[in-house]
Design a protein around this ligand. Sequence first.
Ligand SMILES: NC(=O)c1ccc[n+]([C@@H]2O[C@H](COP(=O)([O-])OP(=O)(O)OC[C@H]3O[C@@H](n4cnc5c(N)ncnc54)[C@H](O)[C@@H]3O)[C@@H](O)[C@H]2O)c1
Ligand SMILES: [Zn+2]
Length: 365
Amino acid sequence: MNSQIHSVPVPLGSRAYSVLVGAGILPQLGRLASELETPLGKRCAVITDSNVAPLYSETVLVSLSAAGYTPTLIPVPAGEASKNMKVAEQVCEEMIAAGLDRSSWVVALGGGVVGDLAGFVAAIYYRGIPFVQIPTTVISQVDSAVGGKTGVNTAHGKNLIGAFHQPRLVLADVVTLQSLPPREFNEGFGEIIKHAAIRDRSLLEPLATPNLQFEPATLAHVIRRNVEIKAAIVAGDEHETLGLRALLNFGHTIGHGIENAAGYGRYLHGEAVSLGLVAAARLSVAKAGLAPEECQLLLDALARFDLPMRLPDDISTERLMAALLKDKKFAQGQVRFVLCPRLGEAYLSKEVTLEEISQSVEALR
Ligand SMILES: NC(=O)c1ccc[n+]([C@@H]2O[C@H](COP(=O)([O-])OP(=O)(O)OC[C@H]3O[C@@H](n4cnc5c(N)ncnc54)[C@H](O)[C@@H]3O)[C@@H](O)[C@H]2O)c1
Ligand SMILES: [Zn+2]
């Protein structure tokens, strides 16, 4: 019970909440939920996936029951394929059958897939009920669990149906990250290195160090700092209308193009972002005056996590550029590209041409 809990506030007025970060804090979920200022109802649905359920659902159910809640476990098959309307509807039906109503709430226990799906279910169930996020992947702890974007995919594309729905509480226990396969663990550092590049240079230096040991306390520090960065950006631009939240797209314009051109599933998101970061960092040297040694520090950090930095020849630049032009960020025909003039800073530029983007992709080979 003496595990330290760092609380990061997400100041969103009436929708404000805290992200609690610590090592070994999962068993405290029930108590922490019961201490929320606006009390949660007695009944809740614990939505999780088939990989996470055997690892952590018991701890979650025991903790909730001990605090006086009545949880119903609803597992869905692991993987992106579960993030769709059909599964969302099935989950809602199970919740109705279990007697959950407008006074109930949802726990999202898992990675970004579960977080987006369960958050979406919470946003639409009885026109919206509270939810608590328990992210168990690096990506979900530093990115998807903070910010209130929820949603599902359609045959036409990812995240096309959804809602902004902020959680009441986020509980990020870094010990859960120990069971991640190495590739999924490393992938998350694509986003962490992105956060460092746009907001905190001091985070990057240790990440580029060859023998960094991930003790739980070190990991908790890194996750907490990333949550602070994401929370500050979200608080300044909750609904992505002011341009601030767009800075989180550093490395993502080209990254999304690569994900799409490679065929979904070949690269994990953070791996495609790594390639996008390499291109965006080099463009930042050329267009924004980023010092070459700063660019190298960023590349060293990516290499440290075995993230891809070279684009294979079978992923053609033409296909990638075609995919990129379909991206919603280019909808108005104007390229808005995130550049990093110094590590720790970023801005949205209109000065990067499609030709320059295409050249930066070629330079990845
Ligand atoms: N809402 C947002 O702002 C936002 C931001 C970024 C990404 N996303 C979404 O997040 C999703 C990707 O998230 P993800 O990378 O966490 O994927 P994921 O949820 O599919 O998790 C990756 C894999 O790890 C398994 N897993 C999860 N936690 C584990 C643990 N602790 N130990 C062992 N295995 C575990 C999962 O079952 C899955 O197989 C995408 O759908 C993406 O669109 C949303
Ligand atoms: Zn991302």
